[in-house]
Design a binder for this molecule. Structure first.
Ligand SMILES: Cc1cc2nc3c(=O)[nH]c(=O)nc-3n(C[C@H](O)[C@H](O)[C@H](O)COP(=O)(O)O)c2cc1C
Length: 422
């Protein structure tokens, strides 16, 4: 077969080779239509690749000269490798996704490539550039079909956590839509394998399928939500406890906008399983108030952000210490992902984009985790958005977490005695 007649194929041999290597459980491979050079390495292969890349004649000559020189060379043995001889003729030296010259829209792209772009979390506009959609900017970029497994990192972090305490701990499984979609069943599998005893899920719906696997793995399941009907649903799918947080809370607020003071007793009255309450708790007063409302446990997020141990930049902690209860706002409601966040330049920008109906991609770009990372790690406090509740007005200094908790318990106890003496 002549090299230049190679047709785009789903190459069974190459696919089988990838399959054979595919013992890496958490990775993925994509069966996309590709164009291969004929197997083996020859001058024909060099000419084929050079033609594919549209190289000038002089560059092809230079490559051929290099190839001929390589053919005269002996394999070095200085590395003293104990490996079988390499069969250079038993490999493919060129494979590329088959591309249509210009696509009118992403709908014309090979669905398998499209799915892979989605899996890799590549934004729509970048997908258009990569796929060569008409009208998209022409830039020198390529999609690298490789991925670092998020699940592997997750397992490593769990192992680290287990090494830090011999006490039970809970892990939050965030089921909200992600820019980079993840398969939560993988996380559940890892949580069970690593012996995690408590999992708190949170998201738009109670996780029926995950609940089954978590419970079968002996995990105590807590589901976090923001309304009576969601709490009832969570109970019905077997949640051992339900967390509810009021509208003032930092992070996801949902759409019901019920405040902590009303939500917690309503849910306590409706459920038979224990209720954990939160939203706005930052000191002993809030803690005791939540217990008075019938909660059997209390969740605190915003106040923990300024703990000494919290790995966000000191400049960001200082900005939060200086913030008041008026310095939060709810963003991303237009994309069904309402979050209460600290008011800064980026939060205002997100709100402005929403007011202009800028659409999902632009909003997610602005509020995305990469920008928040810059904020957390480099202290560029305007760079991204950070979840933050109205309770931020109650936090006044950076302290070790132990002192924050001890202060809350002591404050609640003092208050309890004071009330009892009334
Ligand atoms: C910075 C930050 C990040 C959060 N991330 C998550 C998360 O990933 N998943 C989740 O279920 N809740 C998340 N939350 C919400 C908290 O778990 C908790 O429900 C909430 O902070 C309680 O309200 P409070 O902030 O008024 O104390 C986050 C909250 C903050 C402040």
């Amino acid at each position: 077969m002549s090299a230049t007649t190679a047709e785009p194929v789903r190459n069974p041999e190459a696919s089988a080779a990838v399959e054979a290597l595919g013992s890496y459980k958490w990775g993925f491979s994509s069966d996309i239509e590709q164009e291969f050079a004929p197997k083996g390495l020859s001058e024909e292969t060099v000419r084929f690749i050079s033609a594919k890349k549209g190289e000038p004649e002089w560059m092809l000559e230079w490559r051929l000269k290099a190839f001929r020189t390589w053919q005269t060379m002996a394999e070095p043995d200085w590395a003293r490798l104990s490996i079988p001889p390499i069969d250079y003729q038993d490999a493919y030296y060129y494979a590329a996704p088959k591309a249509k010259p210009t696509l009118a829209s992403l709908d014309e792209l090979d669905p398998e490539i499209r799915r892979t772009y989605e899996k890799l979390g590549i934004p729509i506009e970048e997908q258009k550039v990569l796929a060569g959609v008409e009208g998209a900017p022409k830039v020198a970029v390529d999609a690298v079909f490789d991925s670092v497994s998020v699940a592997t990192t997750f397992r490593e972090e769990l192992k680290k956590l287990k090494g830090m305490t011999d006490r039970p701990f809970a892990v939050n499984l965030n089921l909200f839509p992600m820019r980079q979609p993840v398969d939560n069943r993988e996380y559940v599998e890892i949580l069970v394998e690593e012996g995690v005893k408590i999992v708190e899920t949170s998201g738009h719906r109670a996780p029926e399928d995950l609940a089954r696997d978590l419970k079968a793995g002996g995990v105590t399941l807590i589901h976090k939500c923001v309304g009576v009907r969601y709490a009832l649903k969570a109970q019905s799918i077997g949640a051992d406890a339900v967390t509810v947080v009021g509208y003032e809370n930092g992070g996801a607020t949902g759409t019901l906008d019920v405040t902590t003071l009303c939500l917690v007793p309503r849910v306590v009255d409706a459920l038979t399983v224990p209720v954990i309450g939160g939203g706005g708790v930052a000191d002993g007063r809030g803690f005791l108030a939540l217990l008075s409302l019938g909660a059997q446990g209390v969740i605190i997020g915003t106040a923990a952000l300024v703990a000494e141990e919290c790995p966000i930049h000191p400049r960001l902690k200082q900005a939060l210490i200086e913030a008041t209860e008026l310095d939060t706002m709810v963003v991303m409601r237009s994309i069904q992902n309402s979050h209460r966040v600290w008011v800064n330049e980026m939060a205002r920008k997100v709100a402005a984009l929403e007011a202009q109906n800028a659409g999902l991609e632009a909003i997610v770009q602005a509020a995305g985790g990469d920008k928040a990372k810059r904020m957390y790690e480099e202290g560029d406090v305007q760079a991204g958005v950070i979840s933050c509740g109205q309770g931020v007005g109650l936090v006044k200094k950076v302290r070790p977490m132990k002192d924050i908790i001890a202060g809350i318990i002591q404050g609640a106890d003092d208050l309890r005695k004071k009330i009892a003496a009334l």
